[in-house]
Ligand binder design. Structure first.
Ligand code: BGC
Length: 262
């Protein structure tokens, strides 16, 4: 593949970015057209190393980046709170991540290439708001991802409020993600009908706290949205995420571009 750089600034040149989504089973990356939110070419995926320590993940990230020959800043997602590149929480991943300067560890595996690290749901939210299910809406959008845990992103008129952690809100005496993540549905072998009221409770807790104009439901289970979104009873409209397995990559590339512009 040809070498690429996000700094291409000739007038009329396509604005490109590079994003990597680090998940429990795969580390996926791709080149993103920042004007359309579409991937340029295919995604490339490698298995997430086990154990998924920061150093092992950094090596895998470097292998994905090298596959594309990308040389500019890139964005990488992480499933927890990240402030200034430093990981603060690790609810569903190895606790060894807490306190790691992920941005420096990843950059170190890439000969100093700059890396922006952000929360996985925040990345998905950025991408969905600009290019996906939120693109025709303005105002306050909350994206929730339903997977192993529940991730959240809050975006107000295009501006992200990073590191909201609505998955850890206490809802009816229980952590939201222990009540309504899709992993809870699977573990208990619940039907959509049994699971949807739990999701409704979580959405009600969020909407009573910040009154969004729209919820976007993401995570793998949003592919089956027609089976459960109609069963929800909260007041704010809920739509399914549109970008599915590219949202993290696209949002990570957007965040890297925003850091480039600072
Ligand atoms: C983490 C969030 C993350 C979500 C989805 C939660 O347990 O605390 O930061 O976005 O899982 O991965």
């Amino acid at each position: 593949m040809t070498a690429t750089d996000s700094s291409a600034s000739d007038s009329g040149a396509q604005r490109r970015g590079f994003g990597i989504d680090v998940g429990g089973s795969g580390v996926k990356g791709g080149i993103v057209d920042l004007d359309t939110g579409l991937l340029i070419g295919e995604r490339f995926k490698l298995a997430t190393p086990q154990p998924a320590t920061p150093e092992a993940v950094a090596k895998t990230i470097a292998a994905v980046v090298h596959e594309f020959g990308w040389t500019g800043r890139l964005g990488v997602t992480y499933p927890g709170v990240v402030t200034d590149g430093v990981v603060r929480t690790a609810a569903n991943v190895d606790k060894a991540w807490i306190g790691a300067n992920a941005s420096e560890v990843f950059s170190g595996a890439l000969d100093g290439q700059p890396v922006t690290v952000l929360n996985d749901a925040d990345a998905a939210g950025l991408a969905e708001e600009r290019f996906g299910a939120g693109k025709d809406n303005s105002g306050l959008i909350v994206l929730l991802t339903f997977g192993t845990g529940i991730g959240s992103a809050v975006i107000n008129n295009g501006v992200l409020l990073p590191n909201t952690e609505f998955g850890h809100l206490e809802v009816g005496g229980m952590e939201a993600e222990h009540r309504a993540a899709s992993s809870v549905k699977e573990k208990n072998d619940w039907s959509y009908k049994r699971w949807a009221p739990e999701v409704t409770k979580v959405l009600e807790a969020v909407e009573n706290a910040i009154w969004p104009d729209l919820f976007i439901a993401g995570g793998g289970i949003s592919r089956k949205a027609d089976k459960w979104i109609p069963l929800l009873k909260n007041r704010t409209p809920v739509v399914a995420a549109a970008l599915l397995n590219t949202a993290g990559i696209v949002g990570a590339a957007m965040a890297a571009e925003a850091d480039n512009e600072q």
